[in-house]
Design a protein around this ligand. Structure first.
Ligand code: PMP
Length: 295
């Protein structure tokens, strides 16, 4: 699914067939989760292939690497160029790009002195599908910001996402909604959260979340199009009084939320601010004129 006999990947400056890419089994990324990565989308537009917010993603990757004391051998500009070359070599346009910075052999609990940069791409549909999703609030909380750098995209953090999502699906939901350690709504396993109430949007502030690049894009679209949006702590009980909600993320894009813990939102998705923003976001990534809001 992720590669075939023709797929080419980037590994430490070399372009090689995906099937031939190899690595050591003695690195900290595999054993302890100490690596950093990004998830980036490219879109086929009328102006050619466009890697959406490439430099923002690579700046965040550099930030994540710095937090984890992982040497980053490439600049965001170089990584952006490598991304376009990668897509070209694989004949991809609408694609998901996955750069990973992982440690060279080191089994002790000290930062590796050397890292490897791997980058691959594949065609990936919308992470959570096209339909609004049913979420279950997870008993697993997001990690505390005093325990790790929650604003960095670190491989090991995703064990938290995997257990929360798996638990929600085992209870019959499509995905999880995680609270922070203070009991307020934080985010999904791989997406940020927005709630709509009386034509105003609310989203958790930074601090306990990964500040998404899609979240920033949505905040900017709201500012430009006169949609009021407030960053505030959201208590789970407030969700029951809300009109609607949605997730934002590179892989999830803008995904509607139908219900949380079985409580269906009163406003149909097709008549929500979320749906309007979904259309605006789609236009933005395709470099088209963003449609005005008609509500
Ligand atoms: N939160 C988490 C935990 C994520 O993994 C992601 C996906 N990177 C997001 C939020 C959304 O971030 P972005 O919009 O930058 O993809």
């Amino acid at each position: 699914m992720y590669y075939n006999a023709d797929s080419i990947v980037f590994l430490d400056g070399q372009w090689i067939p995906a099937a031939k890419a190899e690595t050591s089994l003695y690195g900290q990324t595999l054993h302890y989760g100490n690596g950093v990565f990004e998830g980036i989308r490219a879109y086929k537009t009328t102006q050619g292939t466009h890697v959406f917010k490439a430099e923002e993603h690579y700046r965040r990757m550099a930030y994540s690497a710095g937090r984890m004391h992982l040497p980053m051998p490439y600049t965001p500009e170089e990584l952006t160029e490598i991304s376009y070359t990668l897509l070209g070599k694989n004949g991809l346009s609408d694609a998901y790009i996955r750069p990973l910075l992982f440690g060279a052999p080191n089994m002790s609990l000290t930062p590796p002195s050397k890292t490897h940069l791997f980058m691959c791409a594949w065609t990936w549909g919308k992470l959570l599908g096209e339909k609004p999703v049913r979420l279950g609030i997870s008993s697993i909380r997001r990690p505390h910001p005093e325990s790790c750098f929650v604003d960095a995209k670190v491989c090991g953090h995703y064990t938290n996402s995997i257990i929360a999502g798996t638990d929600a699906r085992s209870r019959g939901y499509d995905d999880a909604l995680l609270l922070d350690t203070g009991g307020y709504v934080a985010e999904g396993p791989g997406a940020n959260f927005f709630m709509e109430k009386d034509q105003v949007l609310y989203t958790p502030p930074t601090g306990h979340i990964l500040p998404g690049i899609t979240r920033s894009t949505i905040l900017k679209l709201c500012r430009e199009h006169g949609i009021t949006v407030r960053e505030k702590n959201i208590h789970p009980l407030e969700l029951r009084e809300a009109d609607g909600a949605f997730f934002t993320g590179t892989a999830a894009e803008v995904t509607g939320i139908e219900s949380i813990d079985g409580n269906v939102f009163r406003r149909p998705w097709t008549n929500s601010l979320g749906e309007a923003l979904q259309k605006m976001y789609k236009a933005k990534v395709l470099l088209q004129d963003v449609p005005e809001l008609y509500l």
